[in-house]
Design a protein around this ligand. Sequence first.
Ligand code: PLP
Length: 288
Amino acid sequence: MYPSLVYLNGAFVSPEEARVSAFDRGFVFADGVYEVIPAYGKRLFRLSQHLARLDASLASIRLSNPLAAKGWGEICARLLTANSADDQYIYLQVTRGPAPRDHAFPAETRPTVFAYAQPLKYPEPAQRAAGVAAITVPDIRWQRCDIKAIALLPNVLMRQQATEAGAAEAILLRDNLVTEGSASNIFLGFGDTLVTPPKGPYILPGVTRDLVVELAHAHGIACEERAVSENELRKADELALSSSTKELLAITTLDGKKVGTGKPGALLTRLYALYQDYKRDFRAGKVD
Ligand SMILES: Cc1ncc(COP(=O)(O)O)c(C=O)c1O
């Protein structure tokens, strides 16, 4: 479903009224970046972290941020009023704007800024209780996966492969190492120890990932950010994916085989509960 209201280049309009040039470099070259920011009780969650990542993505593609943090905050706040739902997410994207087709940057840049809000759809309780299926696929992406780029064709193809296999996510393997999911980061549980691949050019620095690591440290749970081999992936007691919209979701089968007992495990279930506690405190205005 389309949202009823969108923001485009300074105006709040209906999706039908929102028009972008066919020569927009976002359309022609996928020359742009994006963010997805959850809002609970209409409050934007981890806004400064998302805006910092947006800044980093924009700096990486050498495009200056068209808006200051205050401007982004105001746009998001207005968009959140368009839906009645308490829990929503903001999608925003910035492209290098319209210009005659040429790979090199245009002399003058007029970035296109687009954003909207939609109600958050949480995984069904039954799905959360059972966990989801994942498959492994070769990571066919480029060498700057740390940029939240709108060029998502490899991610689209890998996710489609998972969907056709009846799985919820594709876990990506590069040079025998686990990177992340097609639209998520990955956590592994080995006994009482949480493990997640380290940040670097081959993964997106997930805001949810960072919070899960933060919560583990705050609650004395052993947490290692280190390279994970394919072999280890297949031996993990527990697996979970993390993202702003899925939060922390157990993966209970991998390539058709049970992960651990085949049920969400104790360690990642505990971290999910800590995440929910944190959200509750956030709604109550106790944490940022
Ligand atoms: C490739 C990829 N990795 C990780 C994530 C998780 O990032 P976040 O927790 O900031 O939503 C996403 C989110 O969409 C993603 O697309």
